[in-house]
Design a protein around this ligand. Structure first.
Ligand code: NA7
Length: 537
């Protein structure tokens, strides 16, 4: 906008979720830079600001789903339940923003519509939907991985006379399901959380399942005063565990092979893990994600559980007819998901054999039958990892759009920088291990690495930093190698592969080599003078 002069900043950060908030704190308060965060929402929270669907809750345990860099934050904040519910996460984010005085540097209600690298001036030109423009030496994307809603293009949706919602763009005032016939499409982590809550309120809930899914009970409960006290006294230990393992959770994956245990012992260990609940289930044995044979022992255990919980045999068969190895797709955890299918007001419809054909003014048509509904809930996931970045309309050197640079799939060095996009950093970008890991652990590592890197550039008078094409090629190869060493690529419809969005390149996006190993690689790269990055004075 030529009417308004651009405001110049050392750094512009896009997004005020976990990553943008911490990056702001580091750059502004530790490095003393002039920084602005541009945030689309009217408050902090990022992904959690938008994901307000019924039952929205984090699958990481609350004492691990928070910042660890500040003893003060840890000692002052208290979680109420084993897994934090969306409103409690929002309270936490606001607590942190107040404590660190972050909001004065955040522009809310400000959607970035373009960011262009100006090579002559060696800076980024950023524009917003409000017509503001900014220039910045460093551009840092903190836009999350699961923040671009994927609403499938089903013919007739525009003709639907009821209301429809995507879980990731849920109305802030909530949705009242009382007396309504509800159709829910999607049975991923989100759908599995939503089903029991919607079923408890709606007149009738019809769940449209394309891919049956494993789920393990969360066993959510209020935290006891003893546990809260133990956490506060043991944060250093917890932090040491979380930063030294593959997944950033406060538990380690067993080293033992599922095939070493005899069947009775294995069953007993799975029963124990099932009773404990949560993501720890997959930590029962070390090779669950490495060996199909080992995986089958866990998969069969869960399928037996499903059949024992669900009373109607046909429904049980449909729910247990799971086509991928356990945990090859992000494994959901639930609060009475399978039990909910025993309710009289819940119906399961298979849309695998007969996909949803169309939506009519009155409902959803599949298998030649119309299911009349008043409300449709799309729990259909996200254009994960690349979607939030591509919609920013970023142009790098020579005006190359990011969409073009990534036409064959995302390409970066360490998930942190893209060749052709100098002085731009992507927190939790594709190629980073973040989505296979307890998010805050990955975020703290990324944000700290980026802050250290920017401090280094400034201290050494380096004007421009850019990942080399060779380094990006070898990182993409490394990401592929790491994935191939696991069963993860065998879930052919997973969002890790981009397979849930029609037309999206099928590339395994997250780094599956483990969080601690990844952090070590990043630290080594920095120690070797930022190997794989071209540094220009
Ligand atoms: P997911 O895990 O991508 O799940 C989306 C679900 O929606 C999944 O069951 C899909 O079936 C289903 N889906 C998507 N499109 C359609 C159509 N057109 N017809 C029928 N069913 C469809 O998203 P979530 O929001 O549950 O979870 C995302 C992440 O958030 C999760 O991994 C956690 O990290 C938190 P499909 O499997 O593709 O056959």
């Amino acid at each position: 906008d030529t009417m308004m002069p651009a405001e110049h900043l050392d750094a512009v950060i896009i997004g005020a979720g976990f990553s943008g908030m911490y990056q702001l704190h580091l750059l502004r308060d530790k490095l003393g830079l002039d920084v602005r965060v541009l945030e689309m929402g009217e408050g902090v929270g990022g992904t959690w600001y938008w994901n307000r669907y019924p039952g929205a809750r984090c699958d990481s345990e609350s004492h691990s789903y928070c910042y660890m860099f500040s003893k003060e934050l840890q000692q002052e904040w208290e979680w109420s339940e084993r897994y934090p519910q969306q409103p409690e996460i929002m309270r936490y984010m606001n607590f942190v923003a107040e404590k660190l005085d972050l909001k004065r540097s955040i522009r809310f209600g400000t959607r970035v519509t373009g960011a262009r690298y100006d090579a002559a001036a060696n800076l980024w030109r950023i524009s917003t939907a409000r017509g503001q423009s900014f220039t910045a030496t460093y551009l840092i994307t903190a836009v999350g991985c699961l923040s671009t809603a994927n609403v499938p293009k089903i013919p007739g949706l525009e003709s639907f006379e009821g209301d429809w919602y995507h879980t990731g763009e849920w109305p802030h005032e909530g949705v009242d399901f009382t007396g309504k016939r509800v159709g829910q499409i999607g049975t991923g982590s989100t759908g599995i959380q939503a089903v029991p809550v919607i079923a408890a309120q709606a007149k009738h809930l019809t769940v449209f399942q394309r891919t049956a899914n494993y789920s393990v009970p969360a066993h959510n409960a209020p935290l006891t005063p003893e546990f809260k006290q133990w956490v506060k006294a043991n944060y250093d230990h917890l932090r040491a565990v979380m930063t030294s393992n593959t997944n950033g959770h406060p538990f380690n994956i067993s080293q033992r092979s599922a095939l070493d245990a005899d069947p009775a012992e294995r069953e007993a260990l799975f029963e124990q893990a099932w009773a404990k609940g949560g993501l720890q289930f997959r930590a029962t044995f070390g090779d669950i994600l490495q060996s199909l044979e080992a995986n089958a022992t866990a998969a069969e255990f869960i399928k037996r559980k499903i059949r024992s919980i669900v009373k109607d045999p046909a429904t049980a068969e449909l729910l247990a007819d799971i086509d991928h190895p356990y945990a090859a797709k992000r494994p959901p955890i639930d609060s009475h998901y399978f039990e909910t299918f025993n309710r009289d007001n819940v119906t399961l419809v298979d849309v695998r054999k007969a996909p949803i054909e169309r939506i009519t003014p009155r409902g959803i048509v599949t298998g030649g039958r119309e299911y009349e509904v008043d409300i449709i809930v799309f729990a259909t996931g996200f254009d994960a990892m690349t979607g939030p970045l591509l919609r920013l309309n970023i142009e790098g050197r020579d005006g190359q759009p990011l969409s073009e640079a990534w036409a064959a799939g995302p390409r970066s060095h360490l998930g942190l920088q893209v060749p052709g996009f100098p002085n731009m950093f992507t927190i939790t970008g594709p190629g980073s291990p973040s989505v296979l890991c307890n998010m805050p652990v990955a975020i703290e590592q990324h944000a700290e690495w980026i802050a250290d890197c920017i401090a280094h550039l400034r201290a050494h008078g380096i004007a421009r930093m850019e990942a080399t094409a060779e380094a990006a090629d070898s990182w993409v190869a490394e990401v592929n190698r790491a994935a191939e060493a696991t069963l993860l690529p065998q879930a052919s419809s997973s969002w890790y592969l981009g397979a849930n969005v029609p037309g999206k390149p099928r590339v395994f996006m997250p780094y599956a080599g483990g969080m601690a190993h990844y952090a070590k690689i990043c630290a080594d790269v920095a120690a070797r003078g930022y190997e794989g990055f071209a540094l220009t004075e």
